[in-house]
Design a protein around this ligand. Structure first.
Ligand SMILES: NC(=O)c1ccc[n+]([C@@H]2O[C@H](COP(=O)([O-])OP(=O)(O)OC[C@H]3O[C@@H](n4cnc5c(N)ncnc54)[C@H](O)[C@@H]3O)[C@@H](O)[C@H]2O)c1
Length: 447
């Protein structure tokens, strides 16, 4: 029986919504969280976003969490007797809050990525060693049924011992573009997509093949977004921001989406945070095309690529083994289509041409296993609940109940998993800088 715990949350942006609504009983159902997880305090640098979430929590019949300033994190933890702090702030702030929360006497749940560079991983490791407290990074992708089923196929030995993995992730001009509009677009804020986005993917591979990455060689660059690329392609003058413009498929209109409006547009006057800046701005320092070769301690190799301006969104992964091969193909959005107003229609099924597009690339997932000397077999993927391919609800349930043994899948990620997931991206970033392969042990990440 899980014990009753008191939670605080830092950073009430869009990702925080999943945790807040879970603790208010609206995601999992009250029976999952009542008497287990109470959200009693929170902080954010923007009081307007706290107001939005406070209204929603109070509407569920729960008391509004007590509000603290970010400088008063330690006082919040002691006065409110906090057991666990959930950190959902921008990536570059994670390490500071993790360390402060641990030292003030709380365990930590931190959104991925754990942090963005080697020095801050070491700081977190020191604080854990000093306090003996727990830090969990949440990896929701492990929980999506298709990814869990691939784990099961490999664990069951159906393809033998894994020798190599080929993994391609395509982010489209809706989702991919979004990393170039706000804080993610600066490497010092997000570590770039090798850390911010691919830590999900590297965690999946580490977990799928149950191996530890040891060496990384990377290549990549900013080849589509950013001012220089726009100029080279003759895109002409660009607006500073998407809201208020028309006829531009790269423009995000905050006013056109009630949630975006109340969380971001209406709160700009507090902190000047523009959620909809132009993806072809000058000063973008992250890559939009990335590739990596990763060696594992098991002898397996990963070849990985990420593209952030694809016309469709999804991923393909091939796992080669001594007895056969598993192939997972996922289409999350078959096309990015433009409506009559020149803006993107985010849900292609709402577009008049949807049926034509869907015939070629329908929203789909397909897991195929083929053993040597046998025909290919489609492996059924059970239906999921929640978002992120059906992962979030299971993740939240395990998180709040502090489940540690999720045999046989082992989906619950520990601190070492969080470090290993960012270790590939940290090594990848160093390889991009030096042009050389990087040994992960040379990063001295303390695991
Ligand atoms: N697991 C996933 O699939 C997933 C999905 C989305 C985001 N995330 C992660 O969640 C985190 C938040 O992402 P988001 O999209 O909600 O970002 P966001 O910018 O929308 O929200 C961040 C919030 O933190 C606040 N903030 C900024 N600086 C702060 C500071 N120094 N101290 C306290 N609060 C501060 C902002 O005001 C904002 O309310 C990121 O680490 C991101 O990587 C994970």
């Amino acid at each position: 029986m899980a014990q009753h715990e008191r939670y605080a949350l830092i950073g009430t942006g869009s990702r925080a919504g999943m945790y807040i609504s879970a603790m208010s009983g609206t995601v999992l159902g009250a029976e999952h969280v009542d008497g287990i997880a109470d959200l009693v305090a929170w902080c954010d640098v923007n009081p307007g976003r706290l107001d939005v979430y406070e209204r929603e929590v109070v509407e569920t019949g729960h008391p509004g969490p007590v509000r603290y300033g970010v400088d008063d994190l330690e006082r919040m933890i002691s006065e409110e007797r906090i057991d666990r702090v959930v950190i959902t702030t921008p990536d570059f702030t994670h390490a500071e809050y993790v360390v402060r929360a641990l030292r003030a006497g709380a365990d930590v749940v931190v959104e991925k990525p754990l942090t963005i560079d080697a020095e801050s991983v070491r700081r977190i490791g020191e604080a854990i060693a000093e306090t003996g407290r727990e830090v969990i990074t949440t990896f929701n992708y492990r929980y999506s049924p298709r990814n869990s089923t691939l784990r099961q196929v490999i664990a069951d030995g159906r393809i033998g011992r894994v020798t190599s993995v080929h993994f391609e992730w395509a982010l489209d001009t809706v989702h991919g573009a979004d990393y170039f509009r706000r804080w993610h677009r600066q490497k010092e804020n997000s570590g770039g997509l090798f850390i911010h986005k691919a830590s999900h993917h590297f965690d999946l591979v580490n977990w799928w093949i149950q191996a530890v990455p040891v060496r990384v060689f990377a290549s990549g660059g900013l080849r589509f977004y950013g001012a220089e690329n726009a100029e080279a392609r003759g895109l002409g003058d660009r607006p500073e921001r998407g809201t208020g413009t028309s006829g531009d498929p790269f423009a995000l209109d905050l006013a056109g989406d009630p949630r975006m409006k109340e969380l971001y547009l209406d709160q700009e006057h507090h902190d000047g945070y523009l959620r909809d800046r132009d993806v072809f701005d000058a000063g973008i320092t992250i890559e939009d095309n990335l590739a990596a070769l990763v060696d594992y301690d098991s002898g397996a190799t990963l070849s990985y690529s990420l593209n952030a301006h694809a016309p469709w969104e999804g991923y393909r992964v091939t796992v080669n083994g001594t007895e056969g091969r598993a192939e997972l193909e996922v289409v999350e959005r078959g096309a990015v289509l433009i409506g009559e107003d020149g803006r993107v229609v985010v849900d292609p099924s709402m577009h008049p041409d949807a049926s034509v597009v869907d015939e070629v690339r329908p929203h789909s997932e397909r897991l195929v296993v083929q053993r040597h000397w046998e025909g290919a077999e489609v492996v059924p993927v059970p239906e999921g609940i929640g978002s992120h391919g059906g992962g979030d609800a299971y993740l939240l349930d395990h998180l709040f109940r502090r489940v540690t043994d999720d045999a046989p899948l082992g989906r619950v990620a520990g601190y070492a998993d969080g470090v290993r997931a960012v270790s590939v991206g940290i090594a990848g970033n160093r390889s991009l800088e030096t042009g050389q392969p990087v040994l992960i042990r040379d990063l001295e990440l303390g695991i």
